[in-house]
Design a protein around this ligand. Structure first.
Ligand code: OAD
Length: 236
Protein backbone atom coordinates (compact mmCIF):
# COMPACT_ATOMS: atom_id res chain seq x y z
CA UNK A 1 0.00 0.00 0.00
CA UNK A 2 1.29 3.50 -0.84
CA UNK A 3 2.69 5.73 1.94
CA UNK A 4 -0.29 6.85 4.04
CA UNK A 5 -0.61 9.96 6.16
CA UNK A 6 -4.20 9.79 7.39
CA UNK A 7 -6.59 6.91 8.02
CA UNK A 8 -10.30 6.94 8.94
CA UNK A 9 -11.95 3.67 9.95
CA UNK A 10 -15.72 3.26 10.30
CA UNK A 11 -16.95 0.25 12.24
CA UNK A 12 -20.35 -1.38 12.67
CA UNK A 13 -21.89 -4.27 14.54
CA UNK A 14 -19.84 -6.86 12.61
CA UNK A 15 -16.66 -5.93 14.50
CA UNK A 16 -18.30 -6.97 17.78
CA UNK A 17 -20.16 -10.03 16.43
CA UNK A 18 -17.41 -12.49 17.36
CA UNK A 19 -17.40 -11.05 20.89
CA UNK A 20 -21.01 -12.20 21.19
CA UNK A 21 -22.76 -8.85 20.67
CA UNK A 22 -25.83 -9.26 18.47
CA UNK A 23 -25.78 -7.48 15.10
CA UNK A 24 -28.91 -5.64 13.92
CA UNK A 25 -29.89 -7.24 10.65
CA UNK A 26 -30.11 -10.82 9.46
CA UNK A 27 -31.94 -13.85 10.89
CA UNK A 28 -30.57 -13.56 14.47
CA UNK A 29 -30.30 -9.76 14.43
CA UNK A 30 -31.62 -7.42 17.11
CA UNK A 31 -34.13 -5.91 14.68
CA UNK A 32 -35.67 -9.37 14.09
CA UNK A 33 -36.83 -9.46 17.71
CA UNK A 34 -37.79 -5.78 18.03
CA UNK A 35 -39.44 -3.24 15.81
CA UNK A 36 -37.18 -0.21 15.37
CA UNK A 37 -40.18 2.06 15.78
CA UNK A 38 -40.97 0.51 19.20
CA UNK A 39 -37.56 0.99 20.79
CA UNK A 40 -35.28 3.24 18.75
CA UNK A 41 -37.15 6.45 17.98
CA UNK A 42 -37.94 9.56 20.06
CA UNK A 43 -41.65 8.82 19.45
CA UNK A 44 -41.28 5.33 20.98
CA UNK A 45 -39.62 6.85 24.06
CA UNK A 46 -42.42 9.40 24.44
CA UNK A 47 -45.07 6.69 24.03
CA UNK A 48 -43.59 3.94 26.21
CA UNK A 49 -40.48 5.08 28.11
CA UNK A 50 -40.44 1.99 30.33
CA UNK A 51 -40.21 -0.36 27.35
CA UNK A 52 -37.43 1.71 25.79
CA UNK A 53 -35.46 2.06 29.05
CA UNK A 54 -35.74 -1.72 29.59
CA UNK A 55 -34.48 -2.44 26.09
CA UNK A 56 -31.35 -0.34 26.70
CA UNK A 57 -30.96 -1.60 30.29
CA UNK A 58 -30.78 -5.15 28.93
CA UNK A 59 -28.28 -4.19 26.25
CA UNK A 60 -26.14 -2.28 28.82
CA UNK A 61 -26.22 -5.28 31.19
CA UNK A 62 -25.15 -7.60 28.36
CA UNK A 63 -21.87 -5.68 28.00
CA UNK A 64 -20.57 -7.16 31.24
CA UNK A 65 -20.52 -10.65 29.71
CA UNK A 66 -18.61 -9.80 26.49
CA UNK A 67 -14.99 -8.93 25.79
CA UNK A 68 -13.07 -7.22 23.00
CA UNK A 69 -11.81 -9.54 20.27
CA UNK A 70 -8.75 -9.64 18.03
CA UNK A 71 -10.28 -7.11 15.60
CA UNK A 72 -10.82 -4.47 18.33
CA UNK A 73 -7.29 -5.11 19.59
CA UNK A 74 -5.77 -4.85 16.11
CA UNK A 75 -7.44 -1.46 15.58
CA UNK A 76 -6.03 -0.23 18.89
CA UNK A 77 -2.58 -1.41 17.79
CA UNK A 78 -3.01 0.51 14.52
CA UNK A 79 -3.87 3.67 16.46
CA UNK A 80 -0.76 3.24 18.66
CA UNK A 81 1.73 2.33 15.93
CA UNK A 82 0.57 4.18 12.81
CA UNK A 83 2.72 7.29 12.36
CA UNK A 84 0.10 9.52 10.70
CA UNK A 85 -3.36 10.76 11.71
CA UNK A 86 -5.82 8.11 12.77
CA UNK A 87 -9.53 8.36 13.57
CA UNK A 88 -11.87 5.53 14.49
CA UNK A 89 -15.57 6.24 14.02
CA UNK A 90 -17.98 3.63 15.30
CA UNK A 91 -21.71 3.16 14.88
CA UNK A 92 -21.56 0.76 17.81
CA UNK A 93 -22.94 1.69 21.20
CA UNK A 94 -20.94 -0.98 23.04
CA UNK A 95 -17.64 -0.15 24.77
CA UNK A 96 -15.49 -2.85 23.17
CA UNK A 97 -13.25 -0.48 21.19
CA UNK A 98 -12.30 1.37 24.38
CA UNK A 99 -11.78 -1.87 26.27
CA UNK A 100 -9.68 -3.13 23.35
CA UNK A 101 -7.38 -0.12 23.80
CA UNK A 102 -8.66 2.50 21.33
CA UNK A 103 -8.82 6.11 22.46
CA UNK A 104 -9.15 8.36 19.40
CA UNK A 105 -12.72 7.25 18.89
CA UNK A 106 -16.06 8.83 17.98
CA UNK A 107 -19.29 7.02 18.91
CA UNK A 108 -21.47 8.58 16.22
CA UNK A 109 -24.61 6.69 17.40
CA UNK A 110 -23.96 7.24 21.12
CA UNK A 111 -23.00 4.90 23.93
CA UNK A 112 -24.88 2.45 26.15
CA UNK A 113 -22.73 3.52 29.09
CA UNK A 114 -23.75 7.16 28.94
CA UNK A 115 -27.05 8.87 29.73
CA UNK A 116 -28.23 12.38 29.04
CA UNK A 117 -30.55 14.66 31.00
CA UNK A 118 -33.16 16.29 28.82
CA UNK A 119 -33.77 18.90 31.53
CA UNK A 120 -30.22 20.22 32.07
CA UNK A 121 -28.36 18.73 29.10
CA UNK A 122 -25.70 16.95 31.20
CA UNK A 123 -24.15 13.82 29.67
CA UNK A 124 -22.95 11.34 32.28
CA UNK A 125 -21.14 7.99 32.46
CA UNK A 126 -23.67 5.34 33.49
CA UNK A 127 -23.13 1.67 34.38
CA UNK A 128 -26.40 0.59 36.02
CA UNK A 129 -30.06 0.28 35.01
CA UNK A 130 -31.89 3.50 34.28
CA UNK A 131 -35.52 4.09 35.31
CA UNK A 132 -37.90 6.95 34.65
CA UNK A 133 -37.94 7.80 38.35
CA UNK A 134 -34.12 7.93 38.58
CA UNK A 135 -33.31 11.59 39.39
CA UNK A 136 -30.66 13.39 37.37
CA UNK A 137 -27.50 13.48 39.54
CA UNK A 138 -26.81 17.03 38.29
CA UNK A 139 -30.20 18.81 38.42
CA UNK A 140 -32.40 16.23 40.30
CA UNK A 141 -35.15 16.31 37.65
CA UNK A 142 -37.04 13.02 37.30
CA UNK A 143 -38.36 11.53 34.04
CA UNK A 144 -35.55 13.44 32.35
CA UNK A 145 -32.73 10.93 31.88
CA UNK A 146 -32.52 9.04 28.60
CA UNK A 147 -29.96 6.73 27.00
CA UNK A 148 -27.26 8.78 25.22
CA UNK A 149 -28.10 6.92 22.02
CA UNK A 150 -28.93 8.36 18.60
CA UNK A 151 -32.39 7.17 17.67
CA UNK A 152 -33.83 7.05 14.16
CA UNK A 153 -34.76 10.57 13.13
CA UNK A 154 -32.02 12.14 15.30
CA UNK A 155 -28.72 13.61 14.13
CA UNK A 156 -25.61 11.47 14.73
CA UNK A 157 -22.92 13.00 16.93
CA UNK A 158 -19.75 14.81 15.83
CA UNK A 159 -20.63 14.95 12.13
CA UNK A 160 -18.46 18.04 11.49
CA UNK A 161 -15.34 16.36 12.86
CA UNK A 162 -16.09 13.15 10.97
CA UNK A 163 -16.68 14.94 7.65
CA UNK A 164 -13.48 16.95 8.04
CA UNK A 165 -11.48 13.78 8.66
CA UNK A 166 -13.10 12.03 5.67
CA UNK A 167 -12.32 14.91 3.35
CA UNK A 168 -8.63 14.87 4.27
CA UNK A 169 -7.85 11.15 4.75
CA UNK A 170 -5.98 9.08 2.21
CA UNK A 171 -7.39 5.73 3.36
CA UNK A 172 -10.98 5.06 4.38
CA UNK A 173 -11.96 1.64 5.70
CA UNK A 174 -15.50 0.46 6.37
CA UNK A 175 -15.56 -2.56 8.67
CA UNK A 176 -18.42 -4.80 9.79
CA UNK A 177 -21.30 -2.66 8.62
CA UNK A 178 -24.15 -3.58 6.28
CA UNK A 179 -24.38 -0.10 4.73
CA UNK A 180 -28.10 0.23 5.51
CA UNK A 181 -27.99 3.35 7.67
CA UNK A 182 -27.11 6.88 6.56
CA UNK A 183 -25.17 9.07 7.00
CA UNK A 184 -22.55 6.37 7.80
CA UNK A 185 -23.33 4.47 4.59
CA UNK A 186 -22.40 7.61 2.62
CA UNK A 187 -18.94 8.06 4.17
CA UNK A 188 -17.30 6.04 1.39
CA UNK A 189 -18.54 8.60 -1.12
CA UNK A 190 -17.38 11.56 0.95
CA UNK A 191 -13.92 10.04 1.32
CA UNK A 192 -13.66 9.20 -2.40
CA UNK A 193 -15.22 12.27 -3.93
CA UNK A 194 -14.61 15.14 -1.50
CA UNK A 195 -11.30 13.69 -0.43
CA UNK A 196 -9.04 11.51 -2.54
CA UNK A 197 -9.01 8.45 -0.35
CA UNK A 198 -8.40 4.89 -1.31
CA UNK A 199 -11.42 3.00 0.06
CA UNK A 200 -11.60 -0.54 1.41
CA UNK A 201 -14.48 -2.62 2.71
CA UNK A 202 -13.71 -5.29 5.31
CA UNK A 203 -16.82 -7.36 6.03
CA UNK A 204 -18.05 -10.90 6.39
CA UNK A 205 -19.86 -10.58 3.07
CA UNK A 206 -20.40 -7.86 0.45
CA UNK A 207 -22.40 -5.00 2.01
CA UNK A 208 -25.12 -3.07 0.21
CA UNK A 209 -22.55 -0.49 -0.87
CA UNK A 210 -19.70 -2.89 -1.72
CA UNK A 211 -19.45 -1.72 -5.34
CA UNK A 212 -18.54 1.82 -4.16
CA UNK A 213 -15.22 0.69 -2.67
CA UNK A 214 -11.93 0.43 -4.56
CA UNK A 215 -11.22 -2.84 -2.76
CA UNK A 216 -13.16 -5.40 -0.69
CA UNK A 217 -11.88 -8.13 1.60
CA UNK A 218 -14.43 -10.55 2.97
CA UNK A 219 -14.16 -12.82 6.01
CA UNK A 220 -14.56 -12.78 9.81
CA UNK A 221 -13.26 -9.59 11.42
CA UNK A 222 -10.97 -11.44 13.84
CA UNK A 223 -9.08 -12.84 10.83
CA UNK A 224 -9.13 -10.08 8.23
CA UNK A 225 -8.57 -7.07 10.53
CA UNK A 226 -5.31 -8.22 12.21
CA UNK A 227 -3.92 -9.18 8.77
CA UNK A 228 -4.92 -5.80 7.34
CA UNK A 229 -3.35 -3.90 10.26
CA UNK A 230 -0.13 -5.87 9.90
CA UNK A 231 -0.02 -4.92 6.21
CA UNK A 232 -0.48 -1.19 6.90
CA UNK A 233 2.14 -1.12 9.64
CA UNK A 234 4.67 -3.04 7.58
CA UNK A 235 4.27 -0.61 4.68
CA UNK A 236 4.96 2.56 6.66
P1 OAD B 1 -25.86 -4.58 10.71
O1 OAD B 1 -26.40 -5.63 11.63
O2 OAD B 1 -26.81 -3.91 9.79
O3 OAD B 1 -24.68 -5.18 9.82
C1 OAD B 1 -23.63 -5.91 10.39
C2 OAD B 1 -22.67 -6.30 9.27
O4 OAD B 1 -21.60 -7.02 9.86
C3 OAD B 1 -23.28 -7.22 8.19
O5 OAD B 1 -22.95 -6.75 6.90
C4 OAD B 1 -22.63 -8.58 8.48
O6 OAD B 1 -22.39 -9.32 7.28
C5 OAD B 1 -21.30 -8.15 9.08
N1 OAD B 1 -20.73 -9.17 9.99
C6 OAD B 1 -21.36 -10.05 10.79
N2 OAD B 1 -20.49 -10.81 11.45
C7 OAD B 1 -19.25 -10.40 11.08
C8 OAD B 1 -17.92 -10.80 11.42
N3 OAD B 1 -17.68 -11.77 12.28
N4 OAD B 1 -16.89 -10.16 10.83
C9 OAD B 1 -17.11 -9.14 9.94
N5 OAD B 1 -18.34 -8.73 9.57
C10 OAD B 1 -19.40 -9.34 10.15
O7 OAD B 1 -25.11 -3.52 11.66
P2 OAD B 1 -24.62 -2.04 11.33
O8 OAD B 1 -24.23 -1.91 9.91
O9 OAD B 1 -23.62 -1.69 12.35
O10 OAD B 1 -28.13 2.27 14.40
O11 OAD B 1 -25.93 -1.22 11.58
C11 OAD B 1 -25.88 0.17 11.42
C12 OAD B 1 -26.85 0.84 12.37
O12 OAD B 1 -28.14 0.27 12.21
C13 OAD B 1 -26.55 0.61 13.84
O13 OAD B 1 -25.57 1.50 14.35
C14 OAD B 1 -27.88 0.86 14.46
C15 OAD B 1 -28.73 0.07 13.52
O14 OAD B 1 -30.05 0.37 13.44
C16 OAD B 1 -28.90 2.85 15.33
O15 OAD B 1 -29.44 2.22 16.24
C17 OAD B 1 -29.02 4.33 15.14
Amino acid sequence: MAQLSSIVILTGAGVSAESGVQTFRGPDGLWEGHRVEDVATPEAFARDPVLVQNFYNMRRQALSSVNPNAAHEALARLEREFQGDFLLVTQNVDDLHERGGSSNLIHMHGELKRVRCEACGAVMAWEIDLFQETPCPKCTATSALRPHIVWFGEMPFAMHSIEAALASCDLFVSLGTSGNVYPAAGFVNLARNYGRAHTIELNLEPSLGASQFHECRHGPATEIVPAFVEEILEAQ
